[in-house]
Design a protein around this ligand. Structure first.
Ligand code: ATP
Ligand code: TYD
Length: 247
């Protein structure tokens, strides 16, 4: 998927978005990593390819399991063709164990305390407000989504959680939490979008080590992060030996 013929319509913190045609976009995964609201920022060679590859892997698994995703095609490097959607301004977070912002909000919970059943949490996507938690009635009353759509999103997110947990447990990894996003297609159908990578989920190996962006949030060290991402790929059986990490 060659991007110089495509028009760039958006550049975010971790991806560039290009128009491919009326119905399709190209997502290009960047080598940049940011954390703590942009206070930590680094360039990590190979990170974009790894995250594109991990995302393509999970979207393919989910498609096969009957989840509607935006994923169409992967170029083997840092670009993926996706269905163009109208995104809901929501981050949907699924939690299996208490961690991160949830512990900050409710310090009564113990770190890594099991949440059974898993929790589905919504955040309103607005950087100037720091993506605050939003309750269901606010989502409905503000017209972001209907009651029925939210029920569908909750049901689908829990199904996605089951599928991801199964894949991770086969790789001897524990899924703590993850963030997903949904958008509407032409027929207003809700489709899973954006990415599923070490930037958007937290997983622990059997030594309790993070193989996700938490490594960077804690240390700010890009080298440690790429090592964790390479180990993540090895565990999942995703090949990385063709990637040039030093260039
Ligand atoms: P954040 O990290 O808070 O999500 P960002 O805008 O910096 O914000 P990026 O991942 O860099 O995030 O940008 C990708 C953008 O593309 C996001 O706004 C995401 O919602 C959007 N997007 C993802 N998939 C699709 C899709 N299929 N159709 C339309 N937009 C999409
Ligand atoms: P959360 O604990 O809410 O936030 P923080 O990372 O600030 O502690 O994160 C829950 C999961 O969602 C975690 O796997 C990281 C992911 N996530 C994103 O991918 N993007 C985001 O903007 C946020 C807030 C979380």
């Amino acid at each position: 998927v060659c991007t110089h013929t495509y028009t760039l319509i958006y550049e975010g913190k971790s991806k560039r978005v290009y128009v491919k045609n009326r119905d399709e976009l190209i997502l290009e995964f960047k080598d940049e990593v940011t954390a703590r609201d942009g206070a930590l920022r680094s360039f990590i060679r190979g990170k974009g390819i790894i995250n594109a590859r991990v995302s393509a892997y999970f979207f393919s698994v989910l498609n096969k399991k009957g989840i509607d995703t935006h994923f169409l095609d992967y170029d083997g490097a840092r670009k993926m063709a996706v269905k163009k959607l109208r995104m809901l301004p929501l981050e949907v977070i699924v939690r299996n164990y208490a961690y991160g912002s949830q512990l900050k909000r409710i310090p009564l919970l113990k770190p890594l305390q099991e949440l059974n059943p898993p929790i589905v949490e919504f955040h309103y996507k607005d950087d100037s407000l720091h993506d605050p938690l939003i309750i269901v009635d606010d989502i409905i009353n503000s017209g972001i989504a209907t009651h029925e759509e939210l029920n569908f999103i909750i049901k689908t997110s829990l199904r996605i959680n089951d599928i991801l947990r199964e894949v991770f447990s086969e790789a001897k990894l524990k899924l703590i939490d993850f963030k997903i996003e949904f958008g509407r297609d032409r027929d207003n159908k809700l489709i899973l979008a954006d990415e599923i990578s070490g930037d958007t989920f937290r997983v622990l190996d059997d030594n309790g080590k993070h193989l996700d962006k938490e490594v960077f949030r804690r240390t700010g060290d890009p080298k440690l992060l790429i090592d964790a991402y390479i180990r993540l790929c090895e565990k999942l059986g995703i090949k990385v030996d063709d990637i040039d990490f030093h260039g």
